[in-house]
Design a protein around this ligand. Structure first.
Ligand SMILES: [Mg+2]
Length: 437
């Protein structure tokens, strides 16, 4: 096999979309997000580039971009050979580690670079990332994982067992994915800034489009939530899964009271009821609200907190995020933890490009880790996909398995230049974003 090309440059872009103009993405904690990407391109001497990004919602995207630039010495002059070693080198750098450890801006920067390395590697192998991972041996996959702080819940030996258990049937499940895709649910009807007529119309459209679950944002005003939940239940009918999402709005007691008030409309899960750091608080909420499920993870900062939440019974749905924890490698650890505890993974997506990335992880999980799609759905939000070179394809409520080599992370060059902050056309000219509706 020929040698992997050398990485010769790390390039960053501060990219922002003025989504706050249309209230797309509005929720109880984030009323006016400008969806943004702190974007990284790894250039090689072979002509193939790796792309990655951290998702933010506007202010601070420059800080996130600077953190990515600080990782240049780790990758420039290197080859994308051993991504387990390179990931661990960045995460455990003795000086950068002080900025976390393994949390916040620096960890998200590592995520962006790790994901760009995987995009590069998958392109070099000529495979979509989900397939590349699904064809690795259990031993190779275990080598990608950092088991530090996990061994009381998951050892390398147990991880190997989980992966070996899923080895038979990999080819059948990959073929099944290519034929049938992976179920999605949609958050598009439920943004807090939409009026009742828009909510009603978008619920109808979601059902017509083949989705079997929707999600509503809640937590700003109880009377509004009761009314919106009643409308959604009327339109969707009994038994249809309607999840609700408070985006960390409540204290523990308020979460329990508020969700109990909505119980008559049969919410399927309550997402992010309280602080993503509150392991025991989530466990209290979960016990009080059962059988309503508690879902969280998009702001859970690393595998150690996921471990504790699973140990404490804090979550019955794992919502891993492709770009917050330490990229593909740490997400493999989280998928293994979820498989060990028997909790379904329903990944967080939306934002900018998060659907594009996370579909690969869910599909890899189905083929090579959990081996199951039971009660598993990938979040889908129909925003900003047109800016990507290889956008997600959702048909009849299902993500179609990506074919193109890579991690589907690359944004179109014209989108990058137009949305660069503050000098790009969209910002400098004060032009209204044509894609946001
Ligand atoms: Mg959420």
């Amino acid at each position: 096999m020929s040698r992997a090309p050398l990485i010769i440059a790390l390039e960053t872009h501060d990219i922002r979309f003025p989504t706050s103009q249309e209230l797309d993405g509005s929720d109880a904690m984030n009323p006016d997000p400008d969806y943004s990407a702190a974007y990284v391109v790894l250039r090689t001497d072979g002509g193939v580039d790796g792309h990655g990004f951290a998702f933010t919602i506007g202010r601070g995207n420059d800080v996130q971009t600077a953190a990515i630039a600080a990782l240049e010495p780790f990758v420039v002059g290197r080859r994308p050979d051993d991504l387990g070693a390179l990931y661990k080198e960045m995460v455990h750098d003795s000086q950068l580690r002080w900025l976390g450890p393994e949390k916040g801006v620096m960890h998200m920067a590592i995520s962006a670079v790790v994901n760009a390395l995987w995009d590069l590697k998958a392109k070099l192998e000529g495979k979509p990332l989900w397939q590349l991972l699904s064809e690795m041996s259990p031993e190779e996959l275990v080598d990608l994982v950092d088991f530090r702080y996990l061994s009381d819940a998951l050892t390398p030996g147990e991880a190997l067992q989980i992966l070996r258990r899923a080895e038979p049937g990999r080819a059948e499940r990959a073929a099944d994915l290519r034929a049938n895709g992976y179920a999605a649910y949609t958050t598009s009807p439920g943004w807090l800034g939409y009026d009742d007529d828009k909510l009603r119309r978008l619920c109808r459209e979601a059902i017509a489009a083949g989705f079997t679950q929707i999600k509503l944002k809640v937590g700003a005003d109880l009377d509004d939530d009761l009314r919106r939940m009643r409308i959604a239940r009327e339109v969707c009918g009994p038994g249809f899964r309607i999840a609700i999402d408070a985006n960390q709005r409540w204290d523990v007691g308020a979460a329990i009271t508020w969700v109990n008030a909505l119980r008559e409309y049969d919410p399927y899960w309550i997402e992010e009821p309280t602080s993503p750091d509150d392991v025991l608080g989530h466990a209290t909420v979960a016990r009080a609200l059962a059988p309503i499920k508690v879902a969280t993870g998009e702001h859970v900062q690393n595998r150690v907190v996921f471990k504790q939440m699973l140990q404490a019974g804090s979550m019955s749905i794992v919502q891993l995020d492709s770009a917050r924890v330490g990229g593909v490698n740490e997400n493999i650890a989280i998928l293994l933890l979820a498989a060990k505890f028997g909790v379904p993974v329903c990944p967080h997506a939306g934002g900018v490009g998060l659907c594009e990335l996370v579909q690969h992880l869910a599909m890899f999980d189905y083929v090579a880790v959990s081996g199951s799609r039971q009660d598993r759905v990938i979040e889908y939000v129909d925003h900003l996909h047109e800016h990507f070179v290889d956008p997600v394809v959702v048909k009849n409520g299902r993500y179609q398995a990506p074919d193109a080599p890579g991690f589907s992370a690359a944004m179109r060059p014209e989108s990058i230049s137009a949305h660069t902050f503050p000098g790009g056309r969209v910002w400098a000219g004060g032009e209204v974003e044509e894609g946001a509706a």
